[in-house]
Design a protein around this ligand. Structure first.
Ligand SMILES: [Zn+2]
Length: 303
């Protein structure tokens, strides 16, 4: 395993400052906050931002800690393999710094979506690969593949849109939900029996990790991740309208051989329309957000 990624800049407790702006979870303060920021007194229920429903009942079927442990093991294994083939870009590479800088702006806004994020050990790595791919595993384990940065010539706002989307999947625990809903399958049954103490608990984490690689999210998970991700990016000071240019670029890219990311994330016109329709909900947040002090170069070809 090469040098372990520097986690200091992603310490969620350090990142949790600057958070008072979000009114989530504290009805008493919400009214006050909304009134202060909006310039007008809004009713307490009118949280500013996107609206998504409650998490699925199914998430409770599998302990979150197990899913996070499985994800951490899987992530470590994958990044270890990439490092082994010298395909993990170093911390000081400008594009790794760029990803980590954007992540450090988004992470402070994660907590209202999931209390567990307080303990997450966020990691952000950049893999040398032509694939158009990016993910955030449960527990905040983020990876981008160089191909998505380079081929789509992503701007910082577009990177933030993808990262927000992937982080939203983790915060809303879509993987945990999907796994719980596979209980009808053999894998799911084995997984549950392990988790219930009927099997080997070490195997359970491994099975969870392996399952994470083959999961596909539902269309509603995707919509939710688009919306929550858009709000995260806007609060972090990135233009949420980048969602439109991003998915247009994706649609363009899909005309050739469909890249991996697109097989699970169709760049449909419905998706772009939904994003456009939700922009007004986060526009105010974006306008008032502190903007990134630095803009990064678009990723060029690797030497
Ligand atoms: Zn997604």
């Amino acid at each position: 395993m090469s040098e372990h990624p520097d986690q200091d800049s992603f310490d969620p407790s350090a990142a949790a400052h600057g958070f008072g702006r979000c009114g989530c979870g504290r009805p008493g303060r919400r009214l006050f906050t909304a009134g202060l920021l909006g310039g007008a007194l809004l009713p307490a229920w009118a949280r500013e931002g996107v609206e998504v429903g409650k998490k699925s009942w199914a998430v409770d079927l599998i302990p979150a800690a197990q899913v996070e442990q499985g994800a951490a093991q899987q992530y470590q294994q994958m990044m270890g393999q990439e490092a082994g083939r010298r395909a993990l870009l170093p911390v000081e590479h400008p594009q790794t710094r760029r990803l980590r800088s954007i992540a450090s702006r988004i992470i402070p806004f994660a907590l209202p979506w999931n209390e567990r994020a307080r303990q997450w050990k966020w990691e952000v790595n950049l893999v040398v690969s032509p694939q158009l791919n990016a993910f955030c595993m449960p527990g905040g384990k983020i990876a981008f593949y160089y191909g998505i940065l380079e081929k789509l010539k992503l701007t910082d706002d577009e990177v933030a849109t993808i990262m927000g989307h992937e982080v939203a999947h983790a915060l809303r625990e879509h993987a945990r939900e999907r796994m719980a809903k596979t209980t009808g399958t053999r894998v799911g049954a084995n997984l549950l029996s392990n988790l219930l103490g009927l099997g080997n608990l070490g195997d359970a984490a491994m099975q969870i990790g392996a399952n994470l690689l083959t999961l596909t999210y539902s269309r509603s998970d995707e919509t939710e991740a688009d919306l929550v991700g858009m709000e995260l990016a806007a609060r972090a000071g990135y233009d949420p309208a980048a969602g439109i240019s991003l998915w247009e670029k994706m649609a363009q890219a899909a005309k050739g051989a469909p890249p991996q990311f697109l097989s699970t994330h169709p760049a449909s016109s419905t998706r772009i329309k939904e994003i456009s329709a939700s922009l007004p909900k986060v526009q105010g947040l974006y306008e008032r957000a502190e903007k990134p002090p630095q803009r990064f170069e678009v990723a060029g070809p690797l030497r």
